[in-house]
Design a protein around this ligand. Structure first.
Ligand code: PBG
Length: 339
């Protein structure tokens, strides 16, 4: 065996003393030194609830995702729970739309029905509800409109707060406001507490950008705005510092968890927000981000499983504690297989 020379000693810290490939030689060693590995319990599955019984409407642009009536939604949620995921995030889809989003907070609204059914059928599943008005307004905006057709911030708060309370009344564990009105976390916290729901948590979509990647979701939820766009309330994609301001505001207003959305194109924002708060941080791998992986895979251009896992891993590596993804159930199974 060769004795290391003074020369080689002086080289410690660089090649050939250092060989990075030593820790990549076998799956056993790679596993030993692996850093960011998503856990099934970190994954949250978005689900779309529709009225009726036995209704299953696959969403074209989201392979594996369907709008489901409460009876079928409960079955899929049970399967997801058994796969070990951390929770579900519920959206409502309805034809019952008006200018003031009355069906958003109706006691027998579609989300409220689905939550009640889940509470009975899968009692230990964490149920998170999306709180927004866009799927319930005839104009498709996330808040109420003023006389000029602009989204009116302060009048929207009361409707959002009523919606959150109605979800909590139905049994939601967590409410997740995604509307991007200013002051909604405080308004919702106050309304929940006044209604005796001080135990219901708020996961705020704190840094939600006006993104092109929501396209397939709007097809699924029937929530595209009828006029204009959402740039007057969702964030401008170039702004990262502003995300930290949004997060600090939501924390001050009483958010229990914060979110960055989208995820894969905003990894820097996830990293910045991670450094700015100790609260649990969620990141939403949104519909378009999911759809493009599947679209490429369908053409044989990449491997959907590997591309999806690499993406979810990147989101966790950037600092997310919770990843909201349409691939939650598949990913939970893949993670178990690879353990
Ligand atoms: C509702 C809402 C949207 C998404 C989540 N909540 C759409 C939007 O803001 O237009 C997008 C989710 C996705 O694309 O997967 N405001």
């Amino acid at each position: 065996m060769e004795v290391p020379t003074a020369q080689a000693g002086a080289q410690t810290g660089v090649f050939p003393a250092v060989r990075h490939r030593r820790l990549r030689r076998s799956e056993g060693i790679r596993r030993l030194v692996r850093e960011a590995v998503p856990r099934p319990s970190q994954l949250v599955l978005p689900m779309f609830a529709v009225e009726g019984v036995g209704v299953r409407q696959p969403v074209d642009a989201l392979p594996g995702v369907a709008r489901l009536s409460p009876d079928l939604l409960v079955e899929e949620a049970r399967t997801a729970y058994e796969a070990g995921i951390g929770g579900v995030l519920l959206f409502g889809v309805t034809d019952q739309k008006d200018a003031v989003a009355s069906s958003a907070h109706a006691e027998d609204g579609v989300v409220q029905q689905a939550v009640r059914a889940l509470r009975v059928a899968v009692p230990d599943l964490v149920v998170i509800t999306d709180v927004c008005l866009c799927a319930y307004t005839d104009h498709g905006h996330c808040g109420l409109l003023d006389d000029d057709g602009d989204v009116a911030n302060d009048p929207s708060l009361e409707v959002l707060a009523r919606t959150a309370v109605s979800h909590a009344d139905a049994g939601a564990d967590v409410v997740a406001p995604s509307d991007m009105m200013d002051g909604r976390v405080a308004a919702i916290r106050q309304a929940l507490d006044d209604a005796g729901h001080e135990g219901v948590a708020i996961m705020s979509y704190s840094a939600k950008y006006a993104s092109a990647f929501y396209g397939p979701f709007r097809e699924a939820a029937g929530s595209a705005p009828g006029h204009g766009d959402r740039r007057g309330y969702q964030m401008d994609p170039p702004n990262a510092r502003e995300a930290v301001r949004e997060v600090r505001e939501d924390v001050a207003e009483g958010a229990d968890m914060v979110m960055v959305k989208p995820a894969a194109t905003y990894l820097d924002v996830i990293r910045d927000v991670r450094a700015a708060t100790d609260l649990p941080l969620a990141a939403y791998h949104v519909s378009g981000e999911y759809a493009m992986i599947h679209a490429a895979a369908e053409r044989g251009w990449l491997d959907a499983r590997r591309a999806m896992m690499e993406t979810l891993t990147a989101i966790v590596r950037a600092g997310a504690d919770i990843v909201i993804t349409y691939a939650a159930v598949d990913a939970a199974r893949w993670i178990e297989e690879e353990r």
